[in-house]
Design a protein around this ligand. Sequence first.
Ligand code: KG4
Ligand code: ZN
Length: 343
Amino acid sequence: MSVILAIESSCDETAVAIVRGEAGLRAEVLTSVISSQIELHREHGGVVPELASRNHSLHLRALVEKALVDAGVAMQEIDAFAATTGPGLASSLLIGSTAAKAMACACDRPFLGINHLEGHLLSPFMDCTAVPPHLALIVSGGHTLLLDVIGPGRYIKLGGTRDDAAGEAFDKVGKMLDLPYPGGPEIEKVARDGNPSAYDFPRSMLHDPHLDFSFSGLKTAVLYTLQRQHGKVSVADLSASFQQAVIDILVGKTLRAARRSGRKIIALSGGVSMNRALRTAFQDACEKSDFEMVTASPDFCTDNAAMIAFAALLRHLAGEFSPLDGDIHPNLPLTESRDNVIP
Ligand code: KG4
Ligand code: ZN
């Protein structure tokens, strides 16, 4: 049985979690606490890196203390300390990773540097340390990635975005519509009262044989529609039509990837997977085509430390650790890192 404390501070959420689990058996999240900075960045319309890192540093100690109390675990009972070391904002990554390394040093325990995307990727499977082979779609603010997952640490990239990430497109369209930051959840809210067929937006690359995505054409189509119909546009119809185009692209490409890979399980993760319309569309498509769909619970779709602790738990159980003098990696990819074996 291993107990892991992890810190996530790659962007605008300061988060700490403690996870416990055994090799090949049950894993459980003992606590997962978050101090969100969304309100702070909202007035700037996006994340301000210096504000983010200063606030991570202000809130981290109290969050670590709260996590230990909530979990009923003493610092000496932690078997390894982990933190996100990339990708993300450099100054933010440094705060969390330095704090986790300091705790590891003080308690004479190993440190594990975790890839934020691996955290998202494994988040639908957090109740058991035996992760089955599957086809994964990660849809976050910075990434849209299709991967064939052979097992933990063994990921083959099948496709990615050639321009904007899905979440980025939601956020940019939200800005165009004068909705608060971040645009994703706001668009979902207003889209509930809209007609998804009101505007016929492009489904870029949907029928191309490759498994890459493109969302910048869709974003531009929304902008042109707004410019043409200035003042007369229905924000609800436009949001619903935009959201439907994103859903069609994501579902269409992911199911094609699953058929090609031969996997039977499709796992959906990342902040955009919070979107109820997207989850329902995936669920329907998977049922029709006999795939099993798994998603993270809503608490673990957007950035959190439980997913980082779970990824660290799997590595710790496999006997891995990271050097204390290892660096952070703001542009860390998921499929070319040291541990990712492509057979
Ligand atoms: O995974 P995440 O919390 O952070 C990154 O690693 O990027 O994802 C944040 C992204 C933002 O772009 C946000 O707008 C989007 O997830 N998002 C949503 C929803 N909730 C969050 N997009 C669409 N619908 C939502 N309900
Ligand atoms: Zn994320």
